[in-house]
Design a protein around this ligand. Structure first.
Ligand code: FAD
Ligand code: NAP
Length: 344
């Protein structure tokens, strides 16, 4: 039976620890409860906002209408089949996961079961249901690489839908849920295809260097190493409120990079499959002198310039700092930075 509260504080439900309230709030633990909550919202003409772990949002005011916090549990092996295209004995593992499961706990659970493919995505905060929203990614792997399908409920009709990979239109930290389907669906389950045979992705320099000491690298070592690199560089939101990378890495033309490199020989960029260049937003911000900068009750993290830290400020304070940063990057490099978290 779903329950509803009024004026629910959200400060402990967003990792920037911004103080704001939900006008109405309901935590749902099953698809049926989710559908009941949506029906309640419709009956009372309330706008619906879906909330997971709150690690990729910026709250600038109280949220009017109904906030639905997804807490749907469950990790289930649905099927296993032999991968014919592999020369080794490789079984594909089809896993269904409730949208309310914690992402990192899913990574650990999968490793314990011998289901591989998620190891590079260790220690990403948040819940499983949010993973398709920005096609979460780290260290050269993204959700898209293991994604099969998802189940969601339409926030306007209450109907359940199933979407495959093509429907989701995954891109670089992007999906259809940030565009055409923004505010349209609550994801209640995702299905992944993992593998019994490790296929490791060790291209990122920090990962490669740290794993050099092992003769043979296992997925468990990859996850452990990713976690330890992340702990050494990234602030833990429990103690240092933040929303991870505040800006996406901008992708620009090769011609633009060529021009920039004449004035900025150290510029960091990565060639994309279509010939465009991905710039490291953290490098651009650091080059503009922002690393460690304190502005009122906000700051730029000392180790990672891409992370903005809240020190008791508001969402508006954070956005003010973000604007000053992107203005200075634009004026020095002619590059527009796009905010990654969803601003409410
Ligand atoms: P929330 O912040 O609750 O929601 C984010 C958006 O998704 C909102 O628009 C919300 O409405 C929507 N949403 C959430 N759940 C659902 C659902 N079930 N159905 C429909 N819509 C939903 N991201 C990366 O990609 N890679 C990283 O390496 C990474 N590292 C991070 C490190 C730190 C320290 C932090 C704080 C964040 C990091 N992030 C990273 C960002 C964040 O963890 C991910 O985007 C994560 O998937 C957000 O999950 P969440 O449950 O907290 O989503
Ligand atoms: P890093 O390893 O210092 O690298 C800096 C940037 O260079 C990253 O943004 C990364 O792009 C890019 N990069 C490095 N090696 C690359 C390669 N071989 N090919 C293509 N691109 C390469 O980055 P970091 O800040 O410590 O983060 C490590 C990983 O965790 C990154 O993948 C990052 O995206 C992820 N992360 C994401 C968030 C978030 O909130 N979104 C927060 C923390 C960490 P990519 O970002 O495209 O990978």
């Amino acid at each position: 039976m779903f329950q509803i509260t009024k004026n629910q504080p959200l400060v402990s439900l967003n990792t920037l620890a911004i103080a704001a309230n939900a006008e109405f709030f309901s935590q749902v633990s099953s698809r049926e409860e989710l559908q009941e909550a949506i029906a309640y919202g419709q009956q009372h003409q309330l706008a619906i906002t879906v909330l997971g772990g709150g690690s990729n949002i910026v709250l600038t005011k109280d949220i009017a209408g109904l906030v639905i916090h997804i807490a749907i549990p469950g990790i289930e092996l649905k099927a296993a089949s032999l991968n014919d295209s592999s020369s080794k004995l490789d079984y594909e593992r089809y896993i269904s996961i409730g949208a309310g499961e914690n992402w990192h706990q899913l990574v650990e659970h999968s490793l314990a079961k011998g289901w591989y493919g998620l190891e590079n995505l260790a220690l990403i905060p948040g819940l499983v249901g949010a993973a398709p929203i920005q096609n979460i990614g780290a260290y050269g792997v993204e959700l898209n690489d293991v994604f099969e399908s998802l189940q969601a409920v339409d926030l306007h009709t209450g109907e359940q839908v199933v979407m495959g990979k093509d429907d989701c239109q995954f891109g670089y930290r992007d999906s259809i849920f940030k565009h055409q389907y923004r505010n349209q669906f609550a994801i209640c389950q995702i299905d992944l295809k993992l593998s019994s045979e490790p296929k490791l992705c060790l291209d990122y320099p920090a990962l490669k260097t740290s794993l050099q000491k092992y003769d043979e690298v296992t997925p468990e070592q990859v996850a452990k190493t990713v976690s330890s690199i992340r702990r050494s560089k990234l602030p833990d939101p429990k103690y240092t409120p933040n929303a991870g990378s505040f800006f996406k890495n901008p992708v620009v033309s090769a011609a633009h990079v060529q021009k920039l490199r004449k004035q900025e020989p150290q510029l960091v960029s990565f060639t994309q499959p279509n010939g465009d260049e991905k710039l490291a937003a953290g490098w651009l911000i650091e080059a503009c002198g922002w690393k460690g900068f304190r502005q009122g009750k906000t700051s730029v993290h000392e180790q990672q310039a891409l992370v903005l830290v809240n020190k008791g400020g508001t969402g508006a304070d954070i956005l003010h700092l973000a604007k000053d940063i992107s203005d200075s990057v634009k004026s020095r490099f002619g590059v527009t930075l796009e905010i990654e978290p969803r601003v409410y």
